[in-house]
Structures are given as C-alpha cells and as structure tokens.
Ligand binder design. Structure first.
Ligand code: HAX
Length: 437
C-alpha cells in the first residue's frame, strides 16, 4: 500500500527528530497555565502535538502546511470535476505530500476493496428503535466493527511496539472505507424505510459513491459537495473534542474502532458537530418569519432578539479562530457558483454581513466571524438532504479522515497514554494566595 510505504520511509527520521528534541530540549518551557485556563476548558493550553493540521488563529486551518484554497487547487481531481478526490486528501494528511493523480487513485481503489460492511452491522442497525438518533446508530456501527481490528488481533498476538502503527493503518483504511456505506445506509433506513445493503462501485470515487448511495437526485452536484464537505471537515488540529477524544482513547492503546466511536460521541454535542443543524434551523426560522430574505434592519433586530433570549447565534464564534473560517468561505464560494439564486444562500450571505456586527455590539464573543457550521447545512439542504439530525453523521465521515491519520502517526511515533494532572479547588486557592504574597 502506497501510504504505508511512504510513512515507513519517513519514520526513521521522524523518530530521530522527536527523540532528539525531547532528549536535548525536554526541559524547555512551551508556555504557562493560568487558573482561568484550568477552569476554562484548557483553552489555549499548548499540550498536544499534531503535524497533520494546524489552526492559525489569524488564518484558519492548514492541512500539512497547505491552506484550504491551496488544498482545493493542488490536489488531483476526477475528470471534469472542480473538487479533488477525497483519496488525495487522505494521502496528503497521512503522508504529508501532495499526491499524483495515480497516488490519489490508489487510495481510492484501496477504499473500494475494503468497503464491504459485514451483514451483522446492518442487522444491528435495523434492530434499533426507529427514533434512535443517527449519531447513535453511526457510533454503534463503528464500535460493532471492532472485532475486525487488525491492530487488536496483532496486539494480542504480541507484536512489537515499533510496528503498532502498521495494523493501525490497516484499521484506518478499513474503517474510512466503510463509513460512506454505513452513513448512507443509516440515511436511507431512517428517513425512507429502505434497508437494502448499499453497494460501493470501484469505478466511482469516494464522493460519488457516497452521493449515489445516499440517493440524492443531482448525483454529479452532490458528489462534488460530498468531496468538498469531507475534505473541509477532515481535521482541525488536535484539541477539538472529536479529535482529542479519539486521540485520548487511542492513547490507552484501544484500537481505532473504540477510539473513533468515542470521538463520534463527542462530535454529537451541540457545541461541536451539532452546531450545523442548529445554524440551518436558525436561518430557516429567519426565512419563515420574514417570508424570504429580510432587510438588514429586520435581520439586525432578529439577531439581537436571539441574543436577548439568552441564546447564541449558531455558526458564529470559535474557540481558536479569530477570523472568518476559510471552510465557511470555500462553501460559500461553492454555493454562489452553483446556486446563487437559492434563498437560504442569499440569506446566509446577508447574515454574514449583519451578524458579526451584532456580535461586536454585544462585545462578548472573541470572534464574531462565521465558522464552518454557519453554512454547511444550507448546502446539504439545497441538494435535498433536509434531515437536520443527519448532518452530524456527514461531519463524522469527514472527521474520520483527520483523526485516523492522527492516530496512525501517534502510534508510529510511540506517543504515550495521556494523563494530565488535576488539582482541587483548595489547591488552586493556595496557589493564588501564594502568588499574591
Ligand atoms: N453567539 C452569542 N454569544 C457568543 C457566540 C455566539 N455565536 N460566540 C461566543 N459567544 C459568547 C460565549 O457564549 C461567551 O459568553 P459567556 O462569557 O457569557 O459564557 C463569550 O461570548 C466568550 O466566548 P468565546 O471565548 O468567544 O467563545 P468560546 O471559545 O467559549 O466558545 C463557541 C466557542 C464556538 C462554542 C462559541 O462561539 C459558540 O457557542 N458559538 C455558537 C455555536 C457554534 O457555532 N458552534 C460550532 C463551533 C465550530 C465547531 O467546533 N464545530 O464543530
């Protein structure tokens, strides 16, 4: 497998580099931690490493050093398409180099050959009560695949630590290959009562397979959106809830299935992956209240009413970013190019003009600009995927690409089990008293 060869070739120098840094500079301070940070969700505490992506507060995400516009421009694309192969993005995340078309296609064909989902997973999904949330089904399906873990098998057979990453990579490829089929099955089953087993076609790419299995009418358009969506949602450095949870669970040497299922459970939260559905809900409530796109003044008042009602404006603000999210921009550009006349897109555009101003007037949010969720649901809605509670599943398919690449590298570099230290409030009070003299 091309990804395996490429990682294996880089590993000796990576291991040496990390070993040298820790040995020679292990005592060097990276930062300090304040009481506010200890109580404040560890915000900005520099305590993790990922070479796969980095969120620059003033610029947004870079995947292996490439900005979103660069990723979309430089990765190879299917013929006649504007949005690159997802397989090319996975290669970039795993290997750290821009793949050739052949290399991207090799990842795509690896996925095709590993895409078969065992029947018992579908049976389990079918047996669940109708009202089960799609994220529960998705997380369960991932966990149910655990018995297929190559890493778990090799670990109990007693392989050496320095090759743990090899079966972990197998798990990463196998898991990511199966996710489009599982997600599409959940969609067709839950909302349309269909329980036919989805088929993955080797001649189609990851995004096209997903679009076809979802049964969306505009196959070509939705395949482009699926590729864009999965690429944009793949990674957002290591500290966000889904990435960090996956990493934490994996650090106990739990396999990829345990780890990613846990990450999905974190993604399901309203402050993380659920925000896209809340954002679309907010846009629709504006549209319905005004019978279309309101005036700037009307929208200004509506936004203030939301804030005065004690609610946040979904899709705006970010824990790390301090500018407009480039993932928002990429989706807005896609929508303006493909369906500029759509009411919700026009509305999202107006919200982009008005809401940052309102949040500035309120003066609380550190970043009044939109994040990825301010628009992603709107694009799905346009193509007819209108079941809001499914949107986090889509996010999960994309997020798998980043977190699995991170887990493979964490294993390859022998990252240890995570175990931060907790203190009592009394201890923190004592620290504060001592600092005051
Ligand atoms: N609307 C209203 N108030 C907001 C706000 C928004 N969109 N964004 C931040 N604030 C408020 C916070 O609630 C906080 O208020 P309190 O001091 O009363 O608690 C204050 O501004 C400071 O918050 P912050 O430091 O700027 O932001 P946080 O790092 O605490 O939180 C959030 C970041 C994304 C959770 C926050 O901006 C938010 O709730 N936004 C709306 C929900 C959302 O869009 N979530 C998706 C984020 C992207 C993501 O991770 N997707 O998976």
């Amino acid at each position: 497998m091309i990804i395996k060869e490429k990682i294996a070739a880089q590993l000796p120098s990576w291991r040496e580099r990390v070993k040298k840094l820790v040995k020679e500079q292990g005592e060097t301070k990276v930062g300090e931690v304040t009481i506010e940070q200890v109580y404040g969700g560890m915000r900005d505490v520099k305590s993790m490493v990922s070479d796969i992506s980095y969120v620059d507060p003033a610029e947004g995400i870079r995947f292996r050093g490439l900005s979103i516009p660069e990723v979309l421009k430089k990765l190879p694309k299917p013929r006649g398409a504007q949005i690159p192969y997802v397989g090319g993005l996975y290669y970039l995340l795993m290997v750290g180099e821009i793949p050739t078309r052949e290399q991207a296609l090799e990842v795509e064909s690896e996925w095709a050959s590993r895409s078969e989902v065992p029947d018992y997973v579908y049976k389990m999904l079918k047996a669940m009560p109708k009202e089960t949330h799609p994220m529960v089904l998705f997380s369960q399906a991932v966990l149910a695949l655990q018995n297929q873990s190559e890493y778990a098998k090799k670990y109990s057979a007693g392989i050496k630590k320095d090759v743990y990453w090899e079966p972990t990579l197998e798990d990463a490829m196998n898991l990511t290959a199966k996710l489009p089929g599982i997600a599409a099955f959940i969609y067709r089953m839950k909302y349309f009562g269909e329980t036919r087993k989805p088929r993955y076609f080797a001649r189609q790419d990851y995004g096209t397979n997903f679009a076809r299995m979802m049964g969306v009418a505009d196959l070509k358009g939705y395949a482009e959106l699926a590729r864009l969506y999965f690429i944009l949602h793949s990674d957002h450095e290591a500290g966000n809830v889904s990435a960090h949870t996956t990493h934490l669970v994996s650090s106990a040497l739990s396999d990829m299935y345990y780890a990613f299922s846990a990450g999905l459970n974190g993604l399901a939260g309203p402050l993380h992956g659920l925000a896209n559905q809340e954002c679309l809900g907010w846009l629709i409530s504006v549209r319905d209240q005004f019978g279309g796109v309101p005036s700037r003044e009307q929208l200004h008042k509506f936004a203030w009413d939301t804030l005065n009602g004690g609610k946040v404006i979904p899709g705006y603000g970010h824990a790390v970013l301090r500018v407009t999210d480039p993932r928002f921009m990429a989706q807005m550009e896609f929508a303006k190019e493909h369906f500029p006349q759509d009411t919700l897109i026009q509305l999202a555009d107006l919200v982009y003009e008005v809401v940052p101003q309102v949040l500035k007037e309120q003066g609380k949010a550190k970043n009044p600009a939109p994040n990825v969720d301010a628009i992603s649901g709107t694009l799905q809605y346009y193509y007819g995927v209108r079941e809001f509670d499914f949107y986090t599943v889509l996010f999960g398919v994309g997020r798998a690409l980043g977190v699995t690449a991170n887990v493979v590298w964490a294993r390859a570099l022998g990252q240890p089990i995570e175990r931060p230290k907790s203190l009592t409030t009394k201890m923190l009070e004592d620290v504060a008293a001592k600092a005051q003299g």
